[in-house]
Design a protein around this ligand. Structure first.
Ligand code: IVH
Length: 665
């Protein structure tokens, strides 16, 4: 390439500066706020462009690491730096990588690679001293990271003690969250009108920095180990995984040793097909030189090891036309904009709707009806509009989208509460809100009225047969005969299901009421500790609620406020008058359980974990996920692992499943 003129150099320098500033802003949004504005793919493209510009002016600018330090948490230094991985979206680069390192190593033969999924989570460094977990650190700036030890200790399968007596060892791996938990939390956030997390990765990094470890525990994070920093000496990468497994870590189960680079390509294609079956999100494939001697010869650059490389899957994106913007109104009145799209094929399914998140997001991206937009769906996330192809707007007249000031259903003026991005309809009688409240009331984890689904509820509200939740219990045969497709059999079945739902458990009833910030879990926590509905309604103070494990200040306040409102109390009285009865889980004072702290490990044959937990609590005990000196009894099923070993070391009493059954009887 010919020498650059001073003018060209200046232009490139200016571009580098602009691009660096932009990347820095996105780093902040991604690492510190866990709320990125652009997708990983767009981010990687910015970085690739910066790298390209830098290569034109070698000494002029240095690409920096992302930095996830919050500035609030204590930090600690890593004993060996936590590096990043060089990555690509292009298969040709995979072969170039192989050629490059063979050249560096002066090897003509094939190189053996370890190939495995790239887990889309959050990197952590676990420092064990004399076998005990001392620090858990985020990557931070690669040199020092945030101390998130207390939160990491809530991860159920993570060993707090390992059989490794060396003075210090660093275990590297990825923290992630299962999709089911991610969806549950986002759903709860949506109900509260809070900003949604775009994917499980962002929620994981938001979670790991929370101050409330109990909240972190409830989010059930997981950990997969994939490397050893300080303190490891291995022959192959394969041995690293065997070692990690022996120590009790969940390590990569899905890995392939490839004899040559062509096989790596094969595995990349295979993993791309199989990735939906993994329990974690994966955004690509990592391949590592298998032999540690060769790894050592190759060494690292300032940013990444030279012996590893990541191929990233392109996110599934498609372009289509935004036909309209409609609105969904939730049971608490939150108004969510929805993109109605010209149907388009994305990840094998036909997408015709996508989320537009909130008014601010539409404004920021300047999304207009009629625009050609880019829809993205990566992993399990809801399809979202990530951008607009503004160039297609040129010859068309389009208008900026103005978010309505009034509720699209009942015309009430929308409110924007302090610190909330969501707009809310304040009218409790708004038809859509009523429909959503009734849907929630009848749903599986609430009153569980089989057959009373969304469509039927909508029709009954439209026909004015249901105006409030309580009307469910005064539905008559003739109300249902009026509907199409409803014959004797379906009418009788539905009425019998409605009748059947009247005898319910307290937690279901509390959940069904739709108290803001009270979902299934909080309702269960409440019901375990509050003796009756009457007491919950009349005799509970914020302090009493705060003494219940799992209930925080905001939820406590919301519960007290709910029962102060006359309309809520009237609704409950109406429901009780129509025959709803809630049984409570009585806490027996079983001396084998009472006041004791239990932990569980391995699979029980007779009960699920959740059921075992309820039984322990019903008998007066409580349950934790961590083994520490406060634990009185460990119940060990089959497939016992690290927890059992830890309990034995700590001298904690151990029960078999049989001991547990005997204690219950
Ligand atoms: S090996 C020096 N293996 O990807 C880093 N990393 O984008 C060697 N990651 O910071 C890491 N899955 O947090 C490795 N199977 C895997 C991985 C993995 C996810 C993360 C890791 C790294 C990031 C780079």
């Amino acid at each position: 390439m010919s020498e650059l003129t001073p003018k060209e150099k200046k232009i490139i320098q200016k571009k580098i500066l602009q691009l660096s500033a932009e990347i820095e802003r996105h780093d902040r949004l991604y690492y510190k706020d866990s709320q990125p504005e652009i997708s990983d793919f767009e981010y990687d493209c910015l970085k690739a462009e910066l790298l390209h510009l830098e290569s034109l002016l070698p000494a002029d600018s240095l690409i920096k690491f992302g930095d996830d330090r919050s500035g609030i948490l204590l930090t600690h230094k890593h004993y060996t730096p936590m590096l990043s991985l060089e990555n690509t979206y292009n298969l040709n680069d995979v072969f170039d990588f192989d050629t490059r390192i063979r050249k560096l190593l002066e090897i003509e033969n094939d190189i053996i690679y370890m190939v495995e999924p790239k887990i889309d989570g959050l990197a952590v460094n676990l420092i064990y001293e004399h076998g005990q977990l001392k620090y858990a650190l985020t990557r931070g700036n690669g040199i020092e990271g945030d101390d998130v030890t207390d939160n990491v200790k809530t991860i159920e399968a993570l060993p707090l003690g390992i059989e490794n007596i060396s003075e210090r060892i660093e275990i590297r791996g990825e923290i992630y969250m299962d999709q089911a938990i991610f969806h549950r939390i986002n759903q709860e956030r949506e109900e509260r009108g809070e900003v949604l997390f775009a994917n499980a990765r962002n929620l994981t990094s938001g979670t790991i920095k929370l101050m409330d470890s109990e909240e972190v525990r409830s989010r059930q994070l997981k950990f997969i180990a994939y490397g050893v920093g300080l303190g490891g000496d291995f022959i192959t990468q394969n041995d690293v995984y065997l070692f990690l497994k022996q120590l009790g870590f969940q390590s990569q189960r899905c890995f392939h040793v490839c004899e040559k680079i062509k096989d790596v390509e094969q595995i990349i294609k295979q993993l791309d097909k199989e990735r939906k079956q993994l329990s974690y999100d994966t955004d690509g494939v990592v391949f590592k030189v298998n032999e540690c001697v060769l790894q050592a010869k190759l060494g690292t650059t300032a940013k990444a090891p030279r012996w590893a490389f990541a191929y990233k899957f392109e996110p599934e994106c498609a372009e289509t036309i935004l036909r309209d913007i409609t609105f969904q109104i939730g049971r608490t009145g939150v108004v969510t904009p929805v993109a109605e799209l010209e149907p388009v094929n994305l990840s094998g399914s036909c997408v015709s709707r996508a989320t537009l998140h909130n008014a601010d997001d539409i404004e920021k991206k300047d999304i207009r009806i009629g625009d050609r937009v880019i829809v993205e769906k990566s992993g399990e996330i809801i399809p979202a509009i990530i951008g607009v192809k503004v160039e297609y707007r040129k010859n068309k007249i389009s208008e900026k989208f103005i978010f309505p000031e009034k509720c699209p259903c009942c015309n009430a003026k929308l409110l924007r509460l302090l610190e909330e991005v969501a707009r809310r309809c304040p009218n409790m009688n708004c038809r859509e809100q009523v429909i959503q409240k009734i849907i929630y009331f009848a749903s599986k984890t609430a009153m569980d009225i089989d057959g009373l689904g969304d469509a039927l509820i909508r029709r009954l509200v439209e026909n004015k047969k249901l105006k409030t939740i309580a009307d469910i219990y005064s539905l008559q045969k003739e109300d249902l005969y009026l509907l199409d497709n409803f014959g004797d059999k379906s009418v009788n079945r539905l009425l019998s299901n409605i009748e059947h739902s009247k005898k319910t458990e307290l937690w279901r009833f509390v959940n069904a009421l739709g108290i803001p910030l009270v979902g299934e879990k909080t309702a269960k926590d409440l019901a375990l500790h509050v003796p009756s509905l009457n007491i919950l309604m009349n005799n509970i103070s914020i302090d009493d609620l705060l003494n219940i494990r799992g209930i925080g200040t905001k939820a406590a306040q919301s519960i007290v406020d709910f029962f102060k409102k006359e309309e809520n109390v009237n609704l409950i009285h109406e429901l009780l008058a129509s025959g709803v009865e809630c049984s409570i889980l009585s806490i027996k004072k079983n001396p084998k359980f009472s006041g004791k702290l239990f932990a569980l490990t391995g699979k029980l044959e007779k009960y699920t974990r959740d059921r075992a937990k309820v039984l322990i609590e019903e008998n007066g005990g409580s349950v934790t996920n961590v083994i520490n000196s406060k634990v009185d009894v460990l119940i060990a099923g089959i497939e016992k692992g690290q927890k059992l070993r830890e309990a034995e070391i700590k001298g904690i009493q151990i029960w078999t499943e049989n001991d547990f059954l005997n204690a219950l009887s």
